[in-house]
Design a protein. Sequence first.
Length: 360
Amino acid sequence: MTTLHDTNYRGFASDNYAGAHPEVLAAIADANGGHQIAYGEDVYTARLQEVMREHFGDQAEAFPVFNGTGANVTALTSVLPRWGAVIATSTAHIHTDENGAPERISGLKLLTVPTPDGKLTPELIDREAWGWGDEHRAQPLAVSITQTTELGTLYSVDEVRAIADHVHSKGMVLHMDGARISNAAAALDVPLREFTTDAGVDILSFGGTKNGLLYGEAIVLLNPDVSDGLVFLRKLNMQLASKMRFVSAQLIALLSDDLYRRSASHANVMAAHLRYSLDNAIADGLVSNLSFSQETTANAVFAVLPNESSDRLKQKFRFYDWDRAANEVRWMTAFDTTEADVDAFVAAIVEELGPNPSVE
């Protein structure tokens, strides 16, 4: 087939825009050929269980699924009764970007808490962690945190552990939306299990698509005591792949030879390079009307600049408005973002916004 797009083009809208990592594509090809039992009874899915346990502990059990929404909805459904509710931030993906799927498909209630940096704390959780036994209130029985957060910020190991301890003390379950969990591991420079299993997370949505997979994520059950029926719910929620070997093979490749960390670390470094270059441009008076609304800890940069300038820049480099009323945008880097890509984007921003005439 003729290639229909410019393979040299890079944008800064989302790490979802990147293609599949060559090592992942090779894994798919290696898994092809011949017959394997469908619906997860294949040797690749069996091997994936071993690989996941190497990273998350001997008790871990993985359930490959198609996408992140499916992972979140199915995971949360498995830990809640029909009357259960989930506490999350008001910016959580399950609240803002999944078209009501947790509530419509699972029937669960989301109890959201505003937070300026996308992170929950025990104190913020307590704003909604009440009313147990009150038949008029959905029962808060789970908490969901995102690592890294939707605002590009990062929970430390101690912060996750403090939340887990607090959640468990109230008899609730802790879910982690790990759509960008690899970026978190690279930024924290710790093993995956240190801020998940060892920190008290009960169930995890493990992301792969944003870090080089063609498609596919996994629910990883870290505490077998909190969840029931995942093997049935995955099918019920339309997340059971018939040719599961191809999802499992990708996840094996991602978790082998540190590919998950190598790819995510590169994306993080490119975001840091973007932020550093623009910070210097501001300090040197090369741009005006540009500021940043969040820390840059992984592969996201949140910036504030005039909407009309954003609109002109988007004609050259695709990215998303985050909060147009606040002139806030999000710039994302990926495993295949190059330093030259970043430098070209910085040059376009400088051309659009600078120089600052007030700086001598």
